[in-house]
Design a protein around this ligand. Structure first.
Ligand SMILES: C[S@@+](CC[C@H](N)C(=O)[O-])C[C@H]1O[C@@H](n2cnc3c(N)ncnc32)[C@H](O)[C@@H]1O
Length: 429
């Protein structure tokens, strides 16, 4: 089902493909983020149980100018991992840019599909093990049917990474969108509307809530595409935590992870013991909603989800064979950020949250390379005089602390997991 607003949306992304990217920049840097980072998919979607050697069939629905497609395809290629990333979008202009970016990188593991995601059912595409849909559902005429279309091509046991807008962190945006609808009606040509928006931005009153909002930057740093997408988009619908949960439940999905988990935990925001006692009585969903209401800075929700009942049991980070891996920043660099009072200060937009880590955190982090097992790390520290118990205590504090900020995960196993070894026969048998 499409409508006049959807036709305007399609026209927007032809005039201003999003996000604004110059393919030449691919020679200088790889843009990484959530959702769709291969290490996040390995851990949050597949619980670090799915072998890296198993081909991954990924779909990036509404792939735009290619950020998630390029990231995931490059990460697979860099590690020699098999699989394909299918980019799908309606926009011919976005396709051109995304393809040019892939060409600069010499990526050959991308499949290109210029079409509507609403046409996925019966398209013959898929099934896909991982579906990424970032910043798209909230623009659709009916997000529920968009999600159903995606689900129709999700393989059994597969999962999705979704991003939708969140209302409180977008404070100020909807006021200016309304103002611009008056000054630059949606029926006008995109270029004329953009001109009006630029003029308004020059004179934005000091008191406009958008000026006070430190969680969004697209209108300042995102070029024409960013400004248009934020302030002139013909349709966007923001979801609170409970509203997103309802959207997913209606589709038969459950959340495996809110990214970053710490954003959805009110405990670090409220040190008062009485308040913490009350928080302890709340459900996970109530806690997430409380954190959203308190912090007020969540401008988009990023979740990994699976069909209800299909979220895999995550591999045990305390098992000696587990292989910890840093998401992006190296263990060495993470260690450098540890303060003398044994905290890592995490920036969540403008919010600074101190995360306590054990005194041994730096020594452990420096040994994490995505290859060493927990057993290897313990052995190296033992050779320097650290007792097994002391390591175990520190690791049990460190992993959950850094997992919550999405910095430390577990790697996918390189091959199929060995079945548990049969116990040795009793001696004397
Ligand atoms: C805000 S952009 C997001 C691009 C990309 N996912 C990202 O986050 O960088 C939204 C994208 O969704 C695409 N889109 C909107 N409706 C669509 C539909 N029905 N089918 C396929 N793509 C669609 C637009 O063309 C646009 O490229």
């Amino acid at each position: 089902m499409t409508d006049a607003t959807d036709a305007r949306l399609a026209a927007q992304y032809e005039a201003y493909p999003y996000p604004q990217r110059d393919p030449r920049d691919e020679a200088k840097r790889l843009i990484v983020g959530s959702p769709g980072h291969s290490r996040e998919v390995d851990y949050w979607v597949f619980g670090a149980n799915r072998p890296a050697s198993r081909p991954l069939r990924a779909l990036v629905a509404g792939g735009g100018t290619g950020d998630a497609t390029i990231m995931l395809a490059q990460q697979l290629a860099r590690e020699g991992r098999p699989g394909t990333v299918t980019w799908l979008d309606r926009s011919a202009a976005a396709l051109k840019i995304a393809q040019a970016r892939a060409a600069v990188r010499g990526l050959t593991n991308i499949v290109w599909e210029q079409r509507s995601l609403l046409d996925l059912p019966g398209s013959g595409l898929g099934p896909f093990d991982y579906i990424d849909c970032c910043g798209v559902l909230h623009h659709l005429p009916d997000p529920d049917s968009g999600l159903r279309a995606l689900l129709s091509v999700l393989a059994p046991g597969g999962g999705m990474g979704l991003m939708v807008y969140a209302p409180y962190g977008r404070t100020g945006i909807y006021m200016i969108q309304d103002a611009l609808r008056t000054l630059a009606p949606p029926e006008q040509e995109p270029a004329a509307r953009l001109d009006v928006a630029r003029r308004v931005m020059k004179h934005l009153p000091e008191t406009a809530w958008l000026r006070a909002n430190r969680s969004v930057t697209d209108h300042l740093a995102g070029g024409d595409s960013g400004l248009y997408d934020l302030l002139l988009n013909p349709r966007d619908q923001a979801y609170t935590v409970p509203a997103l949960h309802d959207l997913l439940t209606r589709a038969g999905l459950e959340i495996a992870c809110w990214v970053e988990p710490i954003r959805y935990d009110p405990v670090p925001l409220l040190p008062d013991p009485r308040l913490r006692a009350r928080i302890a009585t709340l459900s996970m969903l109530e806690r997430a909603a409380l954190a959203e209401n308190l912090a007020g800075n969540i401008a988009a929700h990023i979740v990994y989800c699976t069909r209800i009942g299909e979220t895999p049991v995550r591999a045990d980070p305390f098992h000696p064979d587990a292989v910890p891996i840093c998401r992006e920043m190296s263990g060495e660099d993470l260690a450098k950020g540890i303060q003398p009072n044994n905290t890592l200060v995490v920036g969540l937009d403008a919010l600074r949250v101190p995360v306590p880590v054990p005194p041994m955190a730096g020594a452990i982090l420096r040994l994490i390379d995505g290859k060493r097992t927990v057993r290897d790390i313990a052995a190296q520290l033992a050779a320097r005089g650290t007792g097994a118990e002391a390591f175990d205590r520190a690791w049990r504090a460190l992993f959950p602390a850094l997992e919550a900020i999405n910095r430390l995960l577990l790697a996918a196993p390189s091959g199929p997991r060995e079945p548990a070894a049969a116990p040795p026969p009793p001696t004397g048998a």
